[in-house]
Design a protein around this ligand. Structure first.
Ligand code: ZN
Length: 683
């Protein structure tokens, strides 16, 4: 006996003191009933708003819409968090089942003619309604959402759009699933110790443990997870091994088999282009950029060029320098992509005598995490307290209470830092529950930081690479943006901001991470507790501009390729393989560098929300370098007035005001790209 609703945690209020989901009680069979009931409930709420007898008001239409769908938001947040961080075959099936239902539900809201008429009538007289700036912003945001979803289309066009959305949702899911499957299925076992020449002891040990976990009694296992193969690219003297792993990584989902994403891309690009054109835009890029800070494709291309041109020139110099190093070894080999990391590491050592392996003992994960906590204490007065006994979805997850200087609760932070089979690659921040205000109560958020950092081994704690340290700071910046928000409406709160603005709070944190003043607080040797010697810190500072031609060329080529994809007008004979080649040729890409993400595993643009938006990282980099300058100029990187302004205008505001306006309020001026070019040694 018992219906789907009994013993289903989603149908009860979360009893946890902080409103945290009971992860320990949630099972796969709870999702579908909760999704279905959640959709039903929200549809009823939406119908009541749309069919209301009273004249539309902000409260009975806009606010009511934004607060609707409690149950659906609850189950979606948990499901999609875990679908990224701790998935399994059962969840993949559920995702396939709910994806079309969710996109249909979304269409049922945004293609509801009666509802749109109410929204539009309010929108048309918004200046006369006596609304607060935050309310006007929400009204505009919701109105735009309707128009972009096709509310202004005729019935035939609306039906077509629904069809496209449904197919697109499935194609995007298939893309991500193929990448995950291909990443998990590749295993390179090495059984001769001689083949490990050059690899640091810690890397060999991790590979040996991975082999054991995979059921081998001996040998070493390497995979296409970054934490596994990047050290091989950096240190392995075995050129064949480097080549094999890099090619395995860079051809994922690019074999002519059932997991081939080229086919999926063809489909996605056709659908996206059709959708944009149906909504009255020439290209998908024009459609997507319409509600960003950049606004138009031309603005993005112009912007990318200001960084691409000096970056490519620098990369060519760097390639020549690395080739010289290879020539000096007398091997008569041409520099290839699988050589770049290896020789760059050698050059870095020669130039700066900076060896990641010497640095890593100072970057114990727990110390680095304490470092970002301490930084948040210095800047914003926040306090972090470890919470034991909180429900978690995996034993690696740790939970912290975040308290304001005045003792009030800011929110809760979950950290989940190690790779495993059910976790997608990369690092990210997610909202587990959102922040908003309702009926006089300020609901505080629960935020999760997820990463795929180097795992501890039997005799060593997790020791991070510089890249990982930076990533931890970065994701923590997103977490602060999610935690400190003080908005009224859920759609405006936290990181729900324009995509080319959202990376400012995260990237600005990376500026603090290598400042000697900050490093002193967290870069302590994991055995002795000794603070990193000053010479090493100085070297890190000096090495800051090293290899920046490569890094920026890798990143910007992906940004330009992303834009090129979304500028397609005619998809009749579209072919992803040929397209990628042509796009890279056109921009002048050099053969020694592989674009940061080749098309078939470019999750950001084919599954995530970064289509025609990968440029945002660089766009935000201009903002973050300029924002950090504001602190530096005062001679105090913890300057309290600047920190208070950054918190007030950026971290607390969510999307409640225009981002350019917010930035100007903080900085007192427009963002200036010089700080970035200088920081990256491109000026
Ligand atoms: Zn980010």
């Amino acid at each position: 006996m018992g219906s789907a609703k009994t013993n289903n945690p989603f149908f009860e209020a979360y009893k946890n003191k902080y409103g945290a989901p009971p992860f320990d009680k949630i099972k796969n069979e709870h999702y579908i009933p909760a999704f279905k009931e959640g959709i039903k409930q929200q549809q009823a709420q939406i119908n009541a708003i749309a069919n209301g007898k009273n004249a539309p008001t902000f409260a009975n239409t806009i606010a009511a819409m934004d607060y609707s769908g409690d149950l659906l938001k609850k189950v979606s947040a948990v499901f999609f968090n875990l679908y990224s961080a701790e998935t399994n075959d059962g969840m993949a099936k559920i995702a396939n089942e709910v994806s079309p239902i969710l996109s249909e539900h979304n269409d049922n809201i945004y293609l509801n003619g009666k509802l749109f008429r109410r929204v539009k009538s309010l929108y048309d007289k918004r200046a006369k309604l006596g609304l607060s700036p935050e309310q006007i912003r929400l009204l505009e945001k919701i109105h735009r959402e309707f128009v972009r979803s096709g509310a202004a289309l005729n019935e035939g066009q609306k039906a077509k759009l629904r069809e496209i959305n449904k197919e697109l949702g499935l194609a995007e899911l298939a893309f991500g699933q193929n990448v995950l499957d291909e990443t998990n299925s590749y295993k390179k076992f090495v059984d001769k110790e001689a083949d490990l020449a050059g690899l640091p002891e810690s890397v060999c040990q991790a590979a040996a443990e991975a082999a054991k976990e995979a059921g081998k009694n001996a040998g070493w296992l390497f995979t296409t997870q970054k934490a596994s193969f990047i050290p091989v690219l950096q240190y392995s003297e075995n050129r064949e091994l480097r080549k094999e792993l890099l090619l395995a990584y860079s051809t994922r989902a690019n074999h002519d088999n059932a997991k081939d994403n080229k086919v999926v891309i063809n489909k996605i690009m056709k659908l996206r282009t059709q959708k944009a054109q149906l909504l009255g835009f020439e290209t998908s890029a024009a459609f997507i950029l319409d509600d960003t800070m950049a606004k138009t494709p031309k603005a993005v291309y112009d912007f990318l060029k200001t960084v691409w041109t000096p970056a490519l020139a620098k990369a060519k110099q760097e390639a020549a320098e690395l080739q010289k190093l290879m020539d000096a070894e007398g091997k008569a080999e041409k520099l290839e992509p699988w050589d770049w990391w290896f020789y760059a590491e050698k050059l870095r050592k020669a130039k700066y005598d900076l060896d990641e392996e010497v640095l890593k003992p100072y970057f114990k994960l727990e110390s680095v995490r304490q470092g970002v906590f301490d930084l948040a204490t210095k800047l914003y007065g926040l306090k972090f307290k470890k919470l034991d006994g909180m429900p978690v979805y995996h034993k690696d997850v740790e939970v912290f209470e975040v308290i304001n200087a005045d003792g009030s609760l800011i929110g809760v932070l979950y950290t989940d830092y190690f790779p495993r089979a059910g976790k997608r690659a990369g690092a990210w921040m997610e909202n587990i529950t959102p922040q908003y205000k309702k009926d006089g109560k300020n609901y505080r958020p629960i935020i999760c930081n997820v990463g795929n950092f180097t795992k501890p081994t039997a005799d060593k704690p997790s020791l991070l690479t510089m890249d990982e340290v930076e990533t931890l700071f970065h994701e923590f910046g997103h977490a602060l943006h999610g935690l400190l928000t003080q908005c009224t409406y859920p759609s405006l709160s936290g990181t729900d901001v324009a995509r080319d603005f959202v990376e400012l709070p995260s990237q600005v944190m990376e500026n603090w991470c290598w400042e000697p003043e900050v490093m002193k607080t967290y870069a302590k040797h994991y055995k002795t507790g000794e603070i990193m010697p000053k010479e090493l810190m100085d070297k890190i500072q000096l090495a800051g501009t090293f290899n920046q031609g490569f890094i920026n060329t890798e990143l910007l080529s992906a940004s330009i390729m992303d834009m090129d994809y979304h500028m397609i007008k005619d998809t009749a004979n579209f072919d992803a393989a040929a397209f990628e080649k042509e796009s890279l040729n056109k921009m002048g890409m050099i053969p020694q560098i592989i674009v940061r993400y080749r098309s078939t595993y470019f999750n950001h643009i084919f599954t995530g929300g970064y289509s025609a938006g990968y440029y945002s990282y660089t766009w935000a980099a201009v903002l973050d370098a300029d924002a950090f300058c504001a602190f530096k100029e005062t001679g105090d990187i913890y300057n309290p007035e600047k920190a208070a302004a950054f918190r007030k205008y950026i971290l607390e505001k969510g999307d409640s005001e225009d981002p350019m306006k917010l930035y100007r309020s903080f900085r007192g001026a427009d963002p200036n790209p010089d700080a970035l070019l200088e920081k990256r040694g491109l000026k």
